[in-house]
Design a protein around this ligand. Structure first.
Ligand SMILES: Cc1cc2nc3c(=O)[nH]c(=O)nc-3n(C[C@H](O)[C@H](O)[C@H](O)COP(=O)(O)OP(=O)(O)OC[C@H]3O[C@@H](n4cnc5c(N)ncnc54)[C@H](O)[C@@H]3O)c2cc1C
Length: 266
């Protein structure tokens, strides 16, 4: 059991954390956010070991903007089955995990191993993970458990849903957003999300969902975009203007969208 291996260190100047396998994402996120930084948490949840998640997954809706998870692994210490200690990235040179690739061949493939996922060829005892700068305001929790959420500052974080005229226009909007380098996350909204949002029980979900037909499913073109002013309020304003121009040109329309939704910002 690796739970007691709780090495934990944050380098605020160079934006990375060094963690042991016993550190879970929520602990890491709390400390990062206190310092105006952010760790991208895989869609699996904040209650898992950061190392266990990073060795095989690390995917989040924010990967659209922030990139491939394994690129955020800056240094790894791995014990092989024969007891040999391997240090990857610039950790192989000295105690400074600033560079994930390091000298020579990039060995991060060992973390995925034969299976490509959860096939790690050793035990990871330490990992340096890149942190991102984040909007500086404290995120306020609201609601009563289990229905809690974070009140997000709308001058820095904004969701907008758009109704698009067709699947192609939705695809085109995604291409144009990527070319303009805007948006923190973007996804097609599947119609069953609507049933999930409305239903208060499993039975109600199935009742709502069974009303949909092949036609309603294939004609539902809703695009969900998350904007974050990572660096400033002006960044969010700029990205919103560019986004609105793209959507207008493609014949889309903004829908009423709930401004606070913690599910993509864990
Ligand atoms: C419904 C669902 C949705 C998910 N969606 C996403 C998603 O969108 N994005 C995403 O990134 N992930 C996703 N996941 C994956 C999930 O996040 C991972 O399964 C989780 O991170 C594992 O964490 P854990 O602490 O439970 O690890 P464990 O289950 O304990 O470990 C996971 C694997 O890593 C190995 N391992 C653990 N620690 C070490 C170590 N120190 N050294 C070497 N090997 C080790 C274990 O042997 C095991 O094979 C999803 C999972 C589920 C069930």
């Amino acid at each position: 059991d690796l739970k007691r291996m709780k090495d934990f260190e944050i380098d605020e100047e160079h934006l990375y954390a060094v963690v042991g396998p016993g550190i879970i994402y929520s602990q890491l996120q709390e400390e990062a956010m206190r310092r105006g930084m952010y760790i991208v948490i895989g869609g699996g949840g904040a209650q898992v070991s950061a190392i266990a998640n990073m060795i095989g997954d690390g995917w989040s809706p924010l990967s659209y903007r922030i990139g491939l998870p394994h690129r955020r692994i800056l240094g790894t210490e791995l014990v092989l089955p024969d007891g040999e200690l391997v240090q990857m990235g610039s950790l192989a040179l000295h105690d400074d995990p600033f560079w994930g690739e390091g000298l020579g061949p990039d060995l991060r493939g060992l973390l995925r191993g034969f299976t490509g996922l959860r096939g790690c060829l050793g035990i990871v005892t330490k990992m340096a993970i890149k942190l991102m700068p984040f909007q500086p305001e404290r995120l306020e929790p609201t609601g009563i458990s289990p229905n809690t959420t974070l009140q997000l500052p709308t001058n820095r974080i904004k969701w907008i849903n758009f109704t698009m005229p067709s699947k192609d226009s939705m695809k085109e909007a995604m291409y144009e957003m990527a070319k303009a380098e805007i948006g923190a996350g973007v996804t097609k909204v599947p119609i069953f999300w609507r049933a999930i949002a409305k239903a208060r029980s499993k039975e109600e979900f199935w009742e709502l969902w069974s009303k949909e037909s092949e036609e309603t499913i294939s004609n539902f073109h809703v695009l969900r975009v998350l904007l974050i002013g990572f660096a400033s309020e002006e960044q969010l304003e700029y990205e919103e203007q560019v986004l609105m121009d793209i959507i207008k040109e493609l014949g889309g329309e903004a829908r009423r969208t709930r401004p606070s939704d913690e599910s993509w910002i864990k």
